[in-house]
Design a protein around this ligand. Structure first.
Ligand code: GDP
Length: 471
């Protein structure tokens, strides 16, 4: 657009110490600088981003003194495999399904609501913490509270640690369900110690995390767990406007033989009504019918309500935002644009650096956190790397280790990195095939190392090469 060969632009950039290739994108500021350098008048036009406009609309709504109501908490149950998530979730659900209610609880649903002492709680049935991370990477952060299931006979395991890291990155309060307390010979103190070691400090030890003893199998402690969740929700003061146009998130969707695309969603704010014009990812349409988690047909759904929706023209993806629109032409146009761009586009545009170089290039003098995820072959190497990184001191950069673990880089790591703009350090380990592919798709950088010194020296070099000139 400048009418100059790329070579000229690269020369200007090189002379400023910026190493770029012809495939890189320039930010506005750099483009302006080059234009000035080359004596070209440059005008930057910006395509209005619809999502941004909607986000503005929503925050405007939050800011106005629109009537808000207390909404039920949205809870996600996470934990290491076999620690009893499914059993716990089924137990909570079945205790709330009146005898003879349609379908019983055998049918899988993406989210459901229960009542305890007259108050509602919404549970999202996420298939694991990687899926939780994926939703977050897509900008769909629906969860208010995480129930971390830890089997008392097994303790804190690698996936438990991954769940803790996801919860912390999401900034969501944790309530621990210490499960399988019916088993003989369990050592509660050991579990509490292990939790503390991973930054989850039990309230009975002066921390801020409630640890509730339960047996999902026998149904003991469940009432106490639900009460604690309601209390946690009360402290968080979860409110939302009711009379606003609704927005929500699609949790899961499929094509039904007879009814066409069906989406399981959750209303985040406002009230969703039958007849509303909805836009959800690459899909749009008038809502033809809505059902509760118990299969009851409803006409409207308020904040935190899980709903099954019929009427969209396409099957949206998990994590797609649902917005109520007024203009059908606009809805159609946006949905079509998204279909053309494809799914991956929906994932881009998140903040945060994509690589170590980006991080340092993007500094602007302010103190910045450099989020890292570290995977290594042994606990010893993890500790050694952490030790080295802790020694690292810089006036403007703070290293923040989001997650550390023994083993190869997995999908959970990549989603965590994608949602937090973190870089993954792989020390003497490789990435699982699917994680590798995902990292490519999500533009997450995995840096491989065999020598600890190289980890720290890379960070230092990248930094020192670009230190801001002393004034
Ligand atoms: P998930 O992989 O976390 O969903 O775990 P599941 O709910 O499938 O449970 C794994 C195993 O632990 C199953 O055999 C359950 O019956 C058993 N289990 C779950 N909760 C309890 C409990 O409270 N006590 C005992 N003794 N076993 C349990």
């Amino acid at each position: 657009a400048m009418g100059r060969p790329a070579r000229d632009l690269l020369t200007v950039l090189f002379s400023q110490g910026k190493m770029v290739t012809i495939n890189d994108q320039l930010d506005e500021e750099t483009a302006m600088e080059i234009a000035m350098e080359l004596g070209i008048e440059l005008e930057i036009e910006q395509e209005a981003d619809f999502e941004d406009a909607l986000a503005d609309r929503l925050s405007d709504e939050e800011n106005t003194d629109m009537e808000t109501v207390t909404r039920p908490p949205i809870i996600t149950v996470l934990g290491h495999v076999d620690h009893g998530k499914t059993t716990l979730v089924d137990r909570i659900r079945s205790s709330n399904v009146a005898a003879g209610e349609a379908g019983g609880i055998t049918q899988h649903i993406a989210a459901y609501q229960v009542e305890h002492n007259g108050q509602k709680l919404t549970f999202v049935d996420t298939p694991g913490h990687a899926a939780f991370g994926e939703m977050r990477a897509r900008g769909a952060n629906v969860t208010d509270i995480i129930v971390l299931v830890v089997a008392a006979d097994d303790g804190v395991m690698p996936q438990t640690v991954e769940c803790i890291s996801h919860a912390k990155a999401a900034g969501v309060p944790i309530v621990v369900a210490m499960n399988k307390c019916d088993l003989p010979g369990i050592n509660e103190q050991r579990i509490l110690t292990e939790l503390s070691q991973h930054g989850v400090l039990p309230s009975e030890w002066g921390g801020d995390v409630e640890v509730i003893r339960v047996s999902a199998l026998q149904g003991t402690g469940i009432d106490n767990l639900l009460e604690t969740l309601l209390l946690t929700a009360e402290l968080a003061d979860l409110r939302s406007p009711v009379n606003a146009p609704a927005d929500g998130v699609c949790l899961e969707a499929f094509r039904d033989e007879g009814r066409g695309p069906i989406a399981w969603g959750i209303v985040r704010q406002g009230t969703l009504k039958v007849g509303d014009l909805a836009l959800c990812g690459p899909a749009y349409g008038r809502i033809r019918a809505m059902y509760t988690d118990k299969g009851v047909e409803i006409q409207s759904a308020g904040p935190s309500t899980p709903v099954k929706i019929a009427g969209l023209n396409e099957v949206p993806g998990a994590g797609d935002h649902l917005f109520v629109m007024t203009d059908i032409d606009e809805a159609r146009e946006i949905a079509e644009q998204r279909r053309v761009r494809g799914r991956t586009a929906a994932l881009s545009g998140r903040g945060g650096p994509k690589s170590l170089e980006d991080f340092f290039a993007g500094r602007d003098g302010a103190i910045k956190d450099l989020p890292l995820i570290i995977k290594a072959d042994t606990p010893g190497s993890l500790e050694a790397i952490r030790g080295e990184l802790e020694k690292f001191e810089h006036a403007e950069v703070r290293i923040k280790i989001l997650h550390m673990g023994v083993g190869g880089v997995n999908e959970s790591d990549v989603y965590l990195a994608a949602s937090a703009g973190a870089i993954i350090i792989a020390f003497h380990v490789v990435a699982e095939d699917r994680a590798e592919a995902l990292a490519g798709q999500e533009a997450v950088e995995i840096r491989r190392y065999k020598i600890i010194y190289n980890v720290t020296s890379d960070i230092r070099q990248a930094l020192e090469g670009l230190l801001e000139p002393e004034k």
